[in-house]
Design a protein around this ligand. Sequence first.
Ligand SMILES: NC(=O)c1ccc[n+]([C@@H]2O[C@H](COP(=O)([O-])OP(=O)(O)OC[C@H]3O[C@@H](n4cnc5c(N)ncnc54)[C@H](OP(=O)(O)O)[C@@H]3O)[C@@H](O)[C@H]2O)c1
Length: 256
Amino acid sequence: MSDLFRLDGKVALVIGGAGGIGSALALGMAENGAKVVVATMHSMESLNKFAEEITAKTGMESMAHQVDVTSEASMAGLVKDVLARFGAIDILVNAFGLNMKRPALEYPMDDWEKIFAVNVKGVMIACKHVANAMRENKKGSIINLSSVRGIRGYGGGNSAYCGTKGAVEMITKTLAIELAPFNIRVNALGPALIITQGTIHIQQSPELADKYKALIPLGRLGLPEDLVGPAVYLASDASGFHTGQTLFIDGGATAS
Ligand SMILES: NC(=O)c1ccc[n+]([C@@H]2O[C@H](COP(=O)([O-])OP(=O)(O)OC[C@H]3O[C@@H](n4cnc5c(N)ncnc54)[C@H](OP(=O)(O)O)[C@@H]3O)[C@@H](O)[C@H]2O)c1
């Protein structure tokens, strides 16, 4: 039973793997037996250091690679290098993303396009290129990062962000159907607010923290580690009949 959730022998590519959520997921994949590739736009120096940390903590092989998810050429280069090093990609975690909060009535369309380029086009480019590699092996698990903002509207300048996450919801469902014949499963995690570098100011302000906690039945803010178990489940054979779904990791926020 316990082996059901192990990732031994699998290769996990975590894009956005140096981000707040992505770094926890990359480490979590390695802790559960996967070889891990961390990729972001970060400088190679800091990425290599993080990959070395993963290996030091878990004993699992890890490699770093720079990628810009908005570029097909860059993604093709990443996939080629991972296949050359590890021979396969079994798990893809799309843990990258961008938000720029702007009032809807003044939304600069350049910013809108940047968010959609990373959060929507980037997800499709990553899924397309990695799924082509997974297809060769007739198996794979893709995990996208959606959000409770993909199914619930939210003010405060989030029109572009919520729009992109709604798109991720439907891309996830549609690819699940289209890739099922190749035994490639496509799911998403839908977190509520998770405390990372970009959201730490909320935890640090008692007033803001209380406002967010009031939306969460479990009464606390989420942590990147809260996503590790669900991600390992979706990556592992334990979820073999699970595709086209979003697991909302939200302390009950979307239960009502
Ligand atoms: N934190 C939350 O409260 C929360 C809640 C719900 C959903 N999410 C979603 O979870 C995902 C991760 O969020 P996070 O909080 O961990 O964000 P984060 O700490 O800002 O990390 C985002 C990551 O995306 C990478 N990235 C951005 N643009 C890229 C590009 N063009 N090519 C490759 N990588 C790129 C960044 O790389 P660089 O650092 O190198 O730029 C970084 O590693 C996002 O999809 C986000 O929308 C987050």
